[in-house]
Write a protein that binds this ligand. Structure first.
Ligand code: NAP
Ligand code: MG
Length: 455
């Protein structure tokens, strides 16, 4: 069996607009072997030169922001505003980690009889498996620090959204990265992704996607004691206390769950509102949800585009059927995988829309009594990725921030991803951290060297 092709669909129209290759096992092995051959020379590039190449890569990405953003609007249905931010994020992450090669210091440890020093050695070939929800940023969070630390990279984009990754691979060569240092390997998860797990030359797998596939990758990696970073699902809560700025909290709640049509592992898809302000808050939320602009994502005023695929839309729909709908926004009635922003009332924490990751524009709402109740409900999930809390009480903000079991939390805002700071999940939301100062070392192993002083 040779290489096949995959049809690429525009989710705003449902129409096929191009095809890309889907690599088979032999082609995947060949890409991994080229990456392994490129590794010794890449790790030997002087730190200042590797930094310069990464800065040049960032500059080439910057010169192609509009092109990359346009591809993502067509391939993933992302709003043009978001897509430009996403391309800019790849540039920023490259610039940030371009500072790393010249600062990747080990330690000198006092020992008797000689000199003891540590080195942060690169691992070799790193395999990065990317989902369809944020094709550009998630790719960059992997390849930026991995390349900076001296590894070579093979990257598998999701079959549904391969175009920006393929273009980034071309731009890397244009920027002067040597052949084999950063290779895009489009194809199926069950073939290409699985081979990253089983091929002995791949020394680490960096995976973002479903918790189910993440678990299978972790289990498979055990066979070769292969390193993994996992960024998995989420069911994050947005906790609104009675003393909060309710107008601000209500105005920002739709964006915190409907951005990217809810296809965001950080989506605040559970809204917890203190019961004393529950009715008032829902009354403030309703007009904000109805005003959320779902339209052609190429329009600069679009706030939300379509879902990624017809089958995903069917899955999202199952959470709404038979549930208690509080209110909904609008969506185009044209072809394409459109879905209106939807707010559901939960009647128990067993409701599937309260408990499971919907990964669509669906918000589940539940009241709580007091601080203790809010923390208990927020933590009543297997996930722990992100979350927000709204209060004017500084002591409460600190207590609840420490008590909610989640990797990234924001107080009186909804920020979770900022490239300067660590990002990742607790519990079954993941393992390890991306971005910030932490990610770099996760693409290295520590080597300790003792040199005897002699007599
Ligand atoms: P998925 O199956 O986990 O896919 C994520 C990536 O892993 C894709 O590149 C996929 O390849 C690849 N993959 C699939 N099976 C694999 C395997 N056995 N070995 C290695 N790689 C494999 O996620 P999905 O099916 O696209 O989405 C399902 C649900 O996962 C969503 O509805 C959502 O709940 C969750 N999800 C979470 C995130 C997140 O950011 N945490 C992202 C995406 C999805 P192909 O798809 O190209 O075959
Ligand atoms: Mg899947």
């Amino acid at each position: 069996m040779g290489n096949m092709t995959t049809e690429v669909i525009n989710p705003s129209t449902g129409a096929v607009f191009t095809t890309v290759p889907s690599l088979d096992l032999a082609a995947t092995d060949a890409a991994i072997e080229r990456a392994a051959q490129a590794f010794p020379a890449w790790r030997a590039v002087a730190p200042g030169d590797r930094a310069r190449l990464l800065r040049r890569f960032a500059a080439v990405v910057d010169a192609h922001i509009d092109e990359l953003a346009g591809l993502e609007v067509r391939n993933a249905g992302h709003t043009i505003g978001n897509a430009r931010w996403e391309a800019g994020n790849v540039r920023d992450v490259l610039d940030y980690y371009a500072g790393a090669p010249e600062r990747l210091s080990g330690r000198q440890i006092p020992v008797p009889g000689g000199l003891d020093v540590t080195f942060h050695e690169p691992l070799g070939v790193v395999g990065i498996i990317v989902p369809w929800n944020f094709p550009m940023p998630i790719a960059g969070w992997g390849f930026g620090p991995a390349l900076a630390a001296g590894n070579t990279v093979v990257l598998k984009p999701a079959e549904l959204t391969p175009l920006t990754a393929i273009r980034l691979g071309e731009l890397a060569l244009e920027a002067g990265l040597p052949e084999g240092v950063f290779t895009i390997v489009p194809g199926k998860g069950s073939i290409v992704g699985q081979r990253f797990v089983t091929h002995p030359a791949v020394r680490k797998v960096c995976f973002t996607g479903s918790t189910e596939v993440g678990k299978s990758i972790m289990a498979g990696a055990a066979d070769q004691v292969k390193r993994v970073t996992l960024e998995l699902g989420g069911k994050s809560s947005n906790i609104v206390f009675a003393d909060a700025d309710l107008e601000k909290a209500a105005a920002s709640a739709p964006g915190s769950v409907f951005d990217n049509a809810g296809q965001d592992c950080c989506a605040r898809s559970r809204l917890l509102v203190q019961e004393s302000v529950y009715d008032k808050f829902l009354a403030l939320l309703e007009p904000a949800v109805k005003a959320f602009r779902v339209t052609d994502p190429a329009r600069t005023d679009a706030e939300m585009g379509p879902l990624i695929s017809a089958s995903h839309r069917k899955t999202v729909e199952t959470y709404v059927e038979g549930s208690d709908v509080a209110f909904r926004g609008d969506a185009p009635k044209t072809d394409g995988w459109w879905f209106p922003p939807t707010v559901l009332l939960a009647h128990s924490t067993d409701d599937p829309h309260w408990r499971e990751e919907v990964f669509g524009p669906v918000l589940s709402v539940l009241p709580f009594t007091d601080e203790e109740d809010a923390v208990r409900l927020a933590n009543d999930t297997e996930y722990g990725l992100s979350g927000s809390l709204w209060t004017r009480d500084l002591g409460r903000a600190l207590r609840v921030s420490r008590a909610v079991e989640t990797g990234a939390l924001s107080v009186n805002s909804h920020s979770s991803v900022r490239y300067w700071t660590p990002f990742g999940g607790m519990k079954q939301s993941g393992l390890g951290r991306e971005l910030g100062p932490d990610a770099l070392l996760s693409f290295t192993d520590v080597k300790n060297v003792f040199m005897a002083m002699g007599d």
